[in-house]
Design a protein around this ligand. Structure first.
Ligand code: MOS
Length: 733
């Protein structure tokens, strides 16, 4: 039986998804289900002075209107609200008191017998505010930025080395605020099971995180609540932390002792979380030969008044390239907005945009090909920590990507390539992300008919986790893929942290491998008991599961089918749970890398930008599934197109409110914007990163894409536009 790992197996949950059999959080039903509709604040800062719910309550079918004034008790300390991935500060507490911390925060929940009634009655809740002055304008407040010490690092004397460098480039690159916009709305269906017990169907990237959070917020006993999330319609980081609708659904269910569903509207999701607007200030000092002397990178980003959200934007700059002097600083501006959140490759998507545009500008100053500059500055060691990489096949990404793209045909001069009335531009950039692993457990139940169920509380946020779990289990147990059933997204399953950081594939795969080891050992113990059995005396490290058999590796003739082995042992099933810890020994840097090449076409008179081709060459260790992995990279590239050309959350600062809180005015790439995307996975055997050589691919796909496009636009037009998104008015302006 050929292994499944490394092949292009189709999604095992694909049929359920396309036929509608897959159930999402808002699709679970209960008898007597009530519907909650959120009423949101229309000021950005201040207090609710008066809230009048009498008209809403008069509507036939309205069951209750919950506000901070009449709600049941909630935890009165920050600790109760701290979820697993909360930043430092005070987490936001929905319906806790009369304080308004951001425009769009919930101030009431109307619960009714049906959705339309709740929706109508919500319009009748009258709220009066004591408004206080607010500030939501990042650029107006940038001078008020404060420095986060833990994000400040330096080596050598970057300021002096930069001043002394023969060739210098320094500029600011700006990335607009972006919202996640997953297809599935945030939704919670809290099923009242009686006796204070609840099952919560939830849209989340981490059922056990939500479980712990709800226990903290409501003081519920852990065994009285279960959080379930079998399918997630996209989240991209928005689902890492519990969102407020789950608090409201559970609050109402407990108050009414009845099942309640709360689904947010698309507009309401714009007051949840977002990737903060960021200014990336990058200074590069180089020798005439293109080797770097100094890298300085300062990021300024947005956070809320109540939490200090920050990600690593800057230190990629000293990681990706060799430079004896480097200095990074991360600064934050507090605004009257909700706390930002992780969004696909948080920190790298934005920070590497700045770095890779700056490298392109440096290449122009040096009169070097941009790819050649990357090779001259190449780093074989992580210089931030002075460590070798577990593996780094970035050179292969450059060469294979360049070859597939035809980079050698590029004419260096801007505006030198054209076709008809279109200017043609070719740009490139590098990408980098982390290869992370987190403690995770998995359980395997093997039954005598040769079927196995593999279970872990992790999520599948569309990344293909169901499928890779099935592949790994099938290979480790020596069973056909069809004999494997995967269970995930249930807080009662073996421990898993949130699905994020591209760490799930590596983490859950090793947990499954460990559980399979225990199953094999248990099976061997069963058959070794029988003295005349073919496997008597076989040592555990010589036993192997393959082709539905347990066999001796050294002497394959000594084998027994799983069914016979179980019969011999007199058992119907073997259940084993194992966990993996992943202690980082600190000996290696662990990263994935990429090289992106982009071709843009720009109408010279109209400024219309088309992106005709993107080649993304990725080095990410062992690829478990070439189809789902490619799908991740394509998704990341498409988002990179959106980041470069379309996406921008616009706030009306008079009200501190998002103006384009809908997906017709918040632009994302549509099919007509997306042309050829060529994904190449370069070979990257990695004996050090972990036993199976897995690095994860969920996030590397977006990193560097916007920079490659911006650099291509410069090459096409001769015009350097540093502020994203690059719209046609900026091209023409
Ligand atoms: Mo990812 S931004 O960790 O979901």
């Amino acid at each position: 039986m050929a292994p499944y790992i490394g092949t292009s197996v189709s999604r095992v949950d694909g049929r359920a998804k396309v036929t509608g059999a897959a159930q999402y959080a808002a699709e679970f039903d209960a008898p007597d289900l009530a519907y909650g509709r959120v009423v949101t604040a229309t000021i950005a800062c201040g207090r609710v002075a008066r809230i009048d719910i009498t008209d809403a309550l008069r509507v036939p079918g309205v069951i209750a209107v919950l506000t901070h004034e009449n709600r049941p008790p909630l935890a009165d300390n920050d600790k109760g609200y701290k979820d697993d991935v909360a930043p430092s500060g005070s987490p936001y507490r929905p319906l806790y008191d009369d304080k308004v911390q951001f425009n769009g925060q919930p101030v009431a929940l109307v619960v009714a017998e049906d959705e339309d009634t709740a929706r109508f009655a919500a319009t009748l809740v009258r709220v009066e505010y004591d408004a206080q002055p607010h500030e939501t304008d990042f650029f107006a407040r940038r001078d008020a930025a404060f420095t986060l010490d833990r994000r400040t690092t330096r080596r050598g004397d970057a300021a002096a080395a930069f001043s002394a460098a023969p060739v210098r480039h320094e500029a600011e690159y700006v990335i607009a605020t972006e919202h996640h916009n997953p297809m599935e709305l945030f939704a919670s269906t809290a099923i009242w099971e009686g006796g204070g017990r609840l099952t919560v169907y939830e849209k989340t990237q981490g059922v056990q995180n939500v479980h712990r959070y709800l226990c903290g917020v409501f003081g519920i006993e852990p065994d009285h609540i279960r959080v379930v999330s079998p399918y997630v319609g996209g989240a991209f980081g928005a689902g890492l932390r519990p969102q407020y609708q789950v608090v409201l659904a559970v609050l109402a269910a407990r108050a009414l002792q009845r099942s309640v569903r709360v689904v947010l509207t698309r507009a309401q999701m714009y007051a949840l979380c977002y990737r903060p607007a960021t200014i990336e200030r990058v200074a590069l000092g180089a020798n005439a030969d293109g080797t770097l002397q100094a890298v300085r990178h300062e990021a300024i980003a947005v956070t809320s008044q109540h939490e200090a959200f920050a990600r690593n934007d800057t230190s990629w700059s000293g990681l990706l390239y060799t430079s004896p002097h480097a200095e990074y600083v991360h600064r934050l501006v507090r605004l009257d907005l909700p706390t930002p959140a992780d969004m696909r490759a948080p920190g790298a998507a934005t920070g590497v945009y700045g770095l890779e545009c700056a490298m392109d500008e440096l290449a122009v100053a040096l009169k070097l090909d941009p790819l050649e500059l990357r090779l001259r500055a190449y780093s074989d060691r992580d210089q931030n920590d002075d460590l070798p990489y577990t593996s780094k096949a970035l050179r292969d990404c450059y060469s294979r990507g360049a070859e597939a793209f035809g980079w050698s045909q590029r004419k260096p001069e801007p505006r030198s390539m054209r076709e008809g009335n279109e200017l043609v531009g070719w740009g490139m950039a590098s990408g980098v992300w982390e290869a992370l692993q987190v403690p995770t457990a998995a359980r395997i139940v093997l039954t005598a008919n040769g079927h196995a169920e593999v279970a872990c509380a992790t999520s599948d946020i569309g990344t293909g986790t169901y499928t890779i779990m099935a592949q790994v289990a099938a290979d480790m147990l020596g069973l056909p893929l069809d004999n494997i059933t995967v269970k995930l997204g249930d807080s009662s399953l073996p421990r898993s942290p949130v699905e994020g950081g591209s760490w799930t594939a590596a983490s859950v795969s090793h947990a499954i491998a460990a559980a399979a080891d225990e199953v094999r050992t248990a099976l061997l113990a069963l058959v070794a008991k029988a003295p005349d059995a073919p496997l008597a005396g076989v040592a555990p490290d010589d036993a192997v599961l393959a082709n539905g058999m347990i066999a001796s590796r050294r002497d394959p003739a000594r084998a027994l089918s799983i069914a016979d082995a179980m019969r011999a042992g007199g058992v119907e099933r073997i259940a084993r749970e194992a966990s993996v810890d992943f202690k980082d020994d600190g000996k290696y840097a662990r990263n994935t890398h990429s090289a992106i090449f982009a071709e843009v076409r720009i109408d010279e008179e109209l400024g219309v930008i088309r992106i005709l081709r993107i080649v993304s060459a990725v080095a990410a260790g062992r690829i478990l599934n070439t189809k789902t992995a490619r799908n991740q990279i394509v998704g990341g590239v498409v988002w990179g197109i959106g980041m470069a050309l379309h996406e921008e959350t616009q706030i009306d600062h008079r009200f501190g409110r998002v103006m384009n809180a809908n997906i017709s005015e918040y632009l994302v790439p549509v099919h007509a914007d997306v042309h050829d995307i060529d994904v190449i996975f370069v070979d990257e055997p990695d004996p050090h990163v972990n036993a199976l050589g897995i690095k994860g691919v969920g996030e590397i796909g977006i990193v560097g894409v916007a920079a490659a496009i911006a650099n291509a636009i410069y090459h096409a037009t001769g015009k350097r536009i540093r502020d994203l998104p690059i719209t046609l008015d900026k091209v023409l302006g």
